[in-house]
Structures are given as C-alpha cells and as structure tokens.
Design a protein. Sequence first.
Length: 90
Amino acid sequence: MSMVAPKLGYFNQGTTAGALIKTGPAGFYGVISTVTGGAVTIYDNTSAAGTILFTKTLAVGESINFGGLGIAAKLGLYIVVTGTVNVLYT
C-alpha cells in the first residue's frame, strides 16, 4: 500500500486582525514569515479562543515546518498575526 501526501494549501494573512483559515477538520503543516516579522498564533477553532496549536514571534523570512505529519485540528484553523505570514494547511 502506498501513501499519498495531501495537497497543501496556503493562506496569506497580513493584518493585525484575526482571520478564519478553514472550518472543520484540518492539518496545520507550517508557517512562513514573508514581508514582515511578527507574532503569530494559530488556534484549533473558528475564532481566537480555545486550543492554541502554535504561537511564536517570527523573524522576517523565518520558516516553521512540522513535516509530513502536521498537527491535526478538530474544529478549524484561525490565525491572529501582527506581521505577514503564509500558513500551510490541508
């Protein structure tokens, strides 16, 4: 039996407001700081509440990758960021 890797999507967020990335079960695979650095928090939820999957202040160009396994989210993926980042997810 062969394993087929899921196709990753990306979500670009560049404001200080929060944003819903995906509703429902999702895989969180990483985050890339693009134009500016800043603090980023990813929630397993459809709002800025509940379980925090990831939080960190990133430098410009910094990349965090969780590899092929990713982190499973049950409720959805929601981001709050003070810079500009791309989030890798399924």
